[in-house]
Design a protein around this ligand. Structure first.
Ligand SMILES: [Zn+2]
Length: 139
């Protein structure tokens, strides 16, 4: 089943933002995720096969990286400026970090899937609106 003609995204950023928003990175017309971290097998709007994605652990790395960069300055501020004990600081930081990681992992996975599609990685076919599928070797 070949994908239906839809307006494709014009940039890597547009594709990634669609993934972050739980929209199909290819068409933006349907949801990307059927369950929390499981993408739909096939987009109901453009028929893109999302079983080809292999995000693996990269969304978790992104989520941990962002969570660390958001919470460590807060931890330093709590300990140095407000002189909280280690236990009190942990009581704030640990639940906040867990919530942030859970909140960030699906958008991160959506962006990674969008990036894979845009770059034509794995089984995805590289299809961009302004570029031919094959490089021009006749120059
Ligand atoms: Zn789609």
């Amino acid at each position: 089943m070949s994908p239906l003609p839809v307006p494709l995204p014009h940039s890597f950023a547009e594709t990634a933002v669609r993934g972050v928003r739980d929209q199909c990175p290819r068409c933006g017309e349907a949801r990307l995720f059927g369950k929390w971290l499981k993408p739909v097998d096939r987009c109901p709007a453009c028929a893109q096969d999302w079983t080809l994605q292999h995000a693996d652990d990269f969304p978790a790395y992104i989520s941990i990286f962002l969570t660390g960069h958001l919470t460590v300055p807060l931890l330093v501020t709590l300990v140095l400026e407000y002189e909280l004990s280690a236990l009190a600081a942990a009581a704030v930081i640990v639940p906040l970090s867990a919530a942030l990681m859970l909140a960030l992992i699906q958008p991160a996975k959506g962006a990674v899937i969008g990036a894979q599609w845009w770059l034509g990685l794995g089984g995805f076919r590289k299809e961009r609106p302004d570029e031919p599928d094959e490089p021009d070797e006749a120059r």
